[in-house]
Design a protein around this ligand. Structure first.
Ligand SMILES: *[C@@H]1O[C@H](CO)[C@@H](O)[C@H](O)[C@H]1NC(C)=O
Length: 215
């Protein structure tokens, strides 16, 4: 009896692992039809017979991103919103440009693990493990190095070199999502109330007010 139950448990475990990621496609492709009124998990498919090469093509990362912003970095996503052919395929990518000192600020992807390759420059990278340890795992990347940011963990990259840096990331979802911590916490719409943030960050209303004014 125990053995039967054990086998059942093992099968249940394997099955639960198999469905833990994004569902596999049930057809060759499902190019996103962003004009469709049909609401599904993902995007509805374009009629496959009308699909063209351009549905699988994107030239938007040829050029450097515009890093003239307070953090000195720019993420140019190649997600399903930019490349409709990615719909249902469970993969995406991004180009990230950094000025010297530029920071891709702490953020996480609610639906994707990220595998970053440093093409040019020198980056300090890291992620923080979940509660209660909140351990910072960090290192320095040189040109050609690769680093993985596990799904849903807060992570960052900072250009510690004297020249521009360029990275290319692969992400394990066609729609990884980005939650930038500072923007979500201090720049929500409407604002989180100041007393909530003052207590959460163990600081004064004035400090929170000042930070909120920047987002
Ligand atoms: C880059 O962004 C800044 C700030 O938004 C803007 O003023 C500037 O015109 C942009 N540069 C280019 C080349 O688009």
């Amino acid at each position: 009896m125990a053995r039967v139950f054990g086998t059942f448990f093992l099968v249940a475990l394997i099955f639960s692992i198999a469905i833990a990621g994004e569902p596999g496609p049930l057809q060759d492709f499902c190019v996103a039809d962003t004009n469709s009124q049909v609401l599904v998990n993902g995007f509805a498919c374009k009629n496959p017979s009308t699909v063209k090469a351009e549905d699988f093509y994107f030239s938007g990362i040829r050029m450097r991103g515009n890093t003239s912003n307070p953090v000195g970095s720019k993420v140019t996503p190649v997600f399903v919103q930019q490349l409709p052919g990615l719909n249902t395929l469970g993969i995406a990518m991004a180009r990230v440009d950094y000025e010297p000192g530029g920071l891709n600020p702490p953020h996480f992807h609610p639906r994707a693990t990220e595998l970053l390759t440093l093409i040019e420059g020198t980056l300090e990278v890291g992620f923080v493990t979940s509660n209660p340890e909140n351990r910072l795992i960090t290192t320095i990347l040189h040109k050609g190095d690769v680093f993985v940011f596990p799904m849903r963990l807060v992570h960052f990259q900072r250009n510690i070199g004297t020249t521009r840096a360029l990275a290319i990331s692969g992400l394990s979802s066609q729609n990884p999502g980005i939650v930038t911590i500072a923007n979500a916490v201090f720049g929500s719409n409407p604002d989180l109330s100041i007393d909530i943030l003052a207590k959460a960050f163990q600081t004064s209303d004035n400090v929170i007010n000042n930070i909120q004014s920047k987002f």
